[in-house]
Design a protein around this ligand. Structure first.
Ligand SMILES: Nc1nc2c(ncn2[C@@H]2O[C@H](COP(=O)(O)OP(=O)(O)OP(=O)(O)O)[C@@H](O)[C@H]2O)c(=O)[nH]1
Ligand SMILES: [Mg+2]
Length: 363
């Protein structure tokens, strides 16, 4: 990226992702209110086309662009297909959305994004990936993975939820904050203990005597590595507890974005630039070769022998070029100049056509 942080402000983007009913929208509402109270009003995007009513006012609301019920009718889809198609249609306009954000970015401290309840619609769709990558290319973007704490107290459920979070981390590759929500109902200390002390989690697992327990044992070993990449906070979207802890985790995630995600992104962009350059050079070399063959004679293209080519060249000279100069020997120089000029034009045209074909192939 060419801009430097000192020149342009880049507010962090917080993507709220989580299982249906985990409290994403309520968390967004609470965070929005908290930031307003701190005189740092965020820019808010709602990407859930199926939400009936929003408890906060969104700067950009997918429901203003697409009506998912109409989409269902028009494309003959079920509810999930309707939501996915609505998100796809919205994504085709995402460059305009980015334009709106860019205009406001300098005056913002945070950008909040609410996602559809059906988690896989955002995390496993091309649209979700496009939106995440587009935002992350410009702004320090992170996932706030919202967890319904009271529903994850069973070791097996906890592990399933963590595995899901793990898959999203590896898919999005952006900094990740685990947000244990609803701590007013169930404090999240048990989860922190399970994540930091492997033996305590093993003990909890051993109480589960199902046939899955040995598989779960080995899975929990894998998760140990995953936990080291995470920031963990406990919040209550209802009472507002833990909001400042969450904002601290956001600051840490911004540092992680700058130190790890951004250099990797720049490396990938540089790799892509070099690959395109190499492809362009190869195309040009091929083009030059084609043109050189054209110069030698059309016969080469049609697979005729060398003698035949030579003969044809002589015939060509006779038929095409000579008669034009034969009667006008005085102005032979001028005519040769005209011929060279025409020849240059013909070459330029060939080159232009070949370049157009190359561009068409790129698209
Ligand atoms: N006790 C308690 N309830 C909460 C909390 N956060 C959300 N809820 C409740 O959980 C339910 C679901 O909350 P939503 O904010 O709609 O959850 P969501 O993840 O946006 O749901 P979908 O978008 O439908 O997937 C609601 O009844 C909320 O009142 C919390 O911190 N504490
Ligand atoms: Mg919601």
């Amino acid at each position: 990226m060419s801009t430097t942080a000192t020149e342009e402000k880049r507010p962090p983007v917080i993507l709220c992702i989580g299982m249906a009913g985990s409290g994403k929208t309520t968390f967004m509402q609470r965070l929005n209110a908290h930031l307003h109270a701190k005189k740092q009003p965020p820019y808010v995007l709602n990407l859930d086309p199926a939400v009936a009513s929003l408890p906060f006012s969104a700067n950009i609301d997918i429901r203003d662009t697409v009506n998912y019920k109409e989409v269902m009718k028009q494309y003959n889809l079920g509810p999930n297909g309707g939501i996915l198609t609505a998100l796809n249609l919205f994504t085709t306009k995402f460059d305009q959305v980015l334009g709106f954000i860019d205009k406001r970015a300098a005056a913002l401290d945070y950008i909040l994004v609410d996602t559809p309840g059906q988690i896989e619609i955002f995390t496993w769709s091309a649209s979700g990936a496009i939106i995440t990558d587009t935002l992350a290319a410009t702004y320090p973007t992170m996932v706030a993975y919202i967890i319904d704490t009271p529903r994850t107290t069973a070791p097996a459920t906890f592990m399933s939820n963590m595995l899901y979070a793990c898959s999203i981390l590896y898919k999005t590759k952006v900094p990740f904050i685990l947000v244990f929500n609803k701590t007013d109902v169930q404090p999240h200390d048990f989860a922190v203990e399970w994540m930091t002390d492997f033996e305590v989690f093993q003990e909890a697992l051993q109480k589960d005597k199902s046939y899955m327990s040995s598989l779960m044992n080995s899975m929990s070993l894998v998760l140990d590595e995953f936990y080291s990449h995470l920031k963990v906070v406990g919040v209550s979207a209802i009472t507002g507890a833990g909001m400042d802890d969450f904002l601290k985790a956001v600051d840490e995630a911004v540092v992680e974005y700058d130190q790890e995600y951004k250099p990797e992104l720049e490396r990938l962009l540089e790799e892509k630039r070099k690959r395109l350059e190499k492809e362009k050079e190869e195309q040009m070399a091929r083009l030059m070769k084609d043109m050189a063959m054209d110069e030698k004679g059309k016969a080469v293209k049609f697979g005729k022998g060398e003698e035949e080519v030579q003969q044809e060249e002589e015939d060509d000279d006779e038929d095409d070029i000579r008669p034009r100069y034969r009667d006008d020997s005085d102005s032979e120089g001028d005519d040769m100049e005209t011929y060279h000029h025409e020849e240059e034009e013909r070459k330029a045209k060939l080159e232009e056509e070949s370049f157009k074909r190359y561009l068409a192939r790129k698209e």
